[in-house]
Ligand binder design. Sequence first.
Ligand code: XIL
Length: 662
Amino acid sequence: MRKSHITKAAAGILAASMTIGSAPAVYAADGDSAATGKIVYSFDFEDGDVSAFTNRGGDDTTELSASTDAAVSGETALLASGRSESWNGPAFRLDDKLEPYTEYYISAKIKGRYYTGAMMSFQYTVDGETKYQNLVQNLNGSDWMSVDKVKVSFTDEMEGVYVYFEGGSDDLFLDDFVVEEVPAVEIEQDIPGLAQMFGNEFKVGTALVPNNFSSRSTMDLVEKHFYQSLTAGNEMKPDSVLNKAACQEYAAETGDDTVPQISFGAAKPLLNYCKKNNVPVRIHTLVWHSQTPDWFFKENYSDDGEWVSKEKMLLRMENYIKAYFEELVKLYPTVDFYACDVVNEAWLEDGKPRQPGEQGSSGSSKSAWVQVFGDNSFIEPAFTYARKYAPEGCKLYYNDYNEYMDGKMNAIIDMAKDLKEKGVIDGIGMQSHLDARQSLDAAFPSVSMYNKALDKYSELGLDIQITELDVTTPENPTAADFKVQADYYKGIWDSIYAHKDNISAVILWGVTDDQSWRASKSPLLFDGEYKAKEAFHAIIDGYELPSEIPTNPPASSTEPKPVTTTEPKPTTTLPAPTTTVPSTVTTTAPPAAGVSLKGDANCDGRVTIADATAILQSIGNADEYSLSAQGTANADVDGKEGITAADALTIQMYDAKEIEKL
Ligand code: XIL
C-alpha cells in the first residue's frame, strides 16, 4: 500500500525523455528479487533537457548541458563541465520528487572526458547540519562505468537530499540515470517470532539506522521478531548528538563553555517509531572514545584548541549527561528508556586503559577521555552523573566487546564491583561481536569461553544484557560456512538461555545481512531477501512458543493487552487487497463481549499486517483459519458490519501509515 509517485513525477519539471513509471519494468536484472521495480524517473537526455539536475550549489562552478561528445544510449548525455574542485558535480534532488520512508534503486552510467576517479554520493540536512556519504567509490577509468541499483532512501526529517557525482576535476558525462522503487518483499509469516518465543525470559531487540525505517520488509521483521527493544545504530552516539555550532554559539554568548548543546535530530526516525509503537529503547552510548569528536575535549570546542583541564571536562560531562536525559524525557515522555550504555569500550584486552590521544577523522582506538583524565578515572563520574539524571527505570550499563577475554573481563569485573558498591551501575553489556570462522573449533570465542564469561558476569549479582550480538562467517560464505555459523549461534544462544535469570535483554546488531556493519561477513539471522537463515532455525530449534506470548506494552502494564494462547497459524503470502466487497465472513465463534484492541484480529496484542492476513485467510478458508470470537470483535474496523476484505485493507492502510487511526 504505497502511494503512487506517478502523479508527483507527472506534475514535475521533467519532459519527454523521462519515462514516468507505469507498468513494472525490468531493468538490469541482477538477481530475482531485485529484478522488478516501478521506474519512477529515467533520463537518457536525448531531448537535451538536463533541468532535473543542478550543480552542488555554493561555490560549485559546474555547468550542466546536453552533449553529443559521448553517450551510452542514443547520442546524448549530460555533460558536467567547468568543475574546479573534486566535490563539484551534477546532483539530483530526491526529497522534492520522491517519498520519504521508501526505498529506491539508483542506476546510472558515468564517464570522465579522459580518465577519472569518480564517486556517487548522498547528501542530506537534518536540523541545519549537512551530512555526506559516499555510496559508490572507485568509479575509476576512462570508459563508461556502471552504477547498478544502489539503494537510497530518506526520512521526513531530512531536507536537501541529493544523490550526486564527484571526484577528480575532469569533465563528467552522465547517462541513463534511473530511479526505481525497490519492490517490497513479503516476510515469512510461518515461522515463530523471536520475541514471541523468548521475550518472557529476556527482551529481544535489534539495532536500526534511519535507512532501515524506509524498508517495509525490514520493519515487518522488526515487528515480528524484535519488538521489545530498539537501539540506534549510530544516531544516539556523541558525534550524532553533540552540535558543534550550537556549542560554540552558546559559549560565545554566555562566556560559559561547559554546557554542551545537543540535538536528537538524527535519532528522530527511531525515537518517533518507538513512541508510536511502544517499543522500549536502549540508549547507546554516553561516554566513548570512538564516534566522539575531538573538539568536545578542546578549548573553545575548537578542533585545534588545547585540551581542556580535567575539571572543565567533568563539568562538560555532567552537563552533557544532564542535557541528554532531560532532552530525551522532554521530547519523548512516553518512551521507555529502559537501559543506557553509560560507558563504552574503556578497557583494553590486557585490562589496561586505552592510550591517550585524538580520535581524528579516521577514527583511532586512542581515547580523548584518557588524554584529559590521565587514566580511566572518568568512568566513575560518568556513572554518578548518569545515576543522577537518568529517568526512573533506566538501568545503567558498562558495555564492551571482547568482553570474554581474561584481561579485559577481570578489569571490567573489578570496576563493576566498585561501581556496584557505590550504587551507580546496574549491569554489564556484553556486545558479543563474535566470529564463527570455518569450523566450530576455530570459532572465536569458543562457546565454552563465552559461557564462562556469562558465568563470571552472573556472579557479580548485576544484570547482564547481550547488547550487539552478531556472528561473522568468512567472506563469500559457502553453505558449509553458514552451517558452522548456525551451529555456533545455537551454542551461544543456548548458553545465553541457560543464564536467562541474569539476562534481561538480547539485542541483535541489525536485522538483515546486507544492512549489517559487517555485511561482507553475513553476521545476522536474516539474509538480504529477508529470509530466516539456517542460524535462525538453529536458535529456535528445541524451544516452544510460550503459552503467553509477550506483547508491548507487557500484558501486566497499566494498559492491558490480550495474549494469545495458541501458536500462530502458518500463513501463505498475503493476497493483494481487493476493493470489491466480498461476502461477509461467517464465523462459528460466538460474538465476543467487546473489542479489546481494534484491528488485532489475531489477538497478539498488536496491530500489524499479520492481522490483515488473518482476516483475508479467514475469509478465504473459514474452516481452517477462522478468527476467534475476540479476534472477530477486534477485526471489524471499517465501520460496516461484518468482517470483509475492506477490514483487511483498512488495517493494511493503517500499517502503511496511510491512515492514522483505526
Ligand atoms: C558501529 C556501527 O554499527 C557502524 O555503523 C559504525 O560505522 C561504527 O559503529 N561497538 C559498538 C557499536 O558499541 O556502537 C558499534 O557500532 C559496533 C561496535
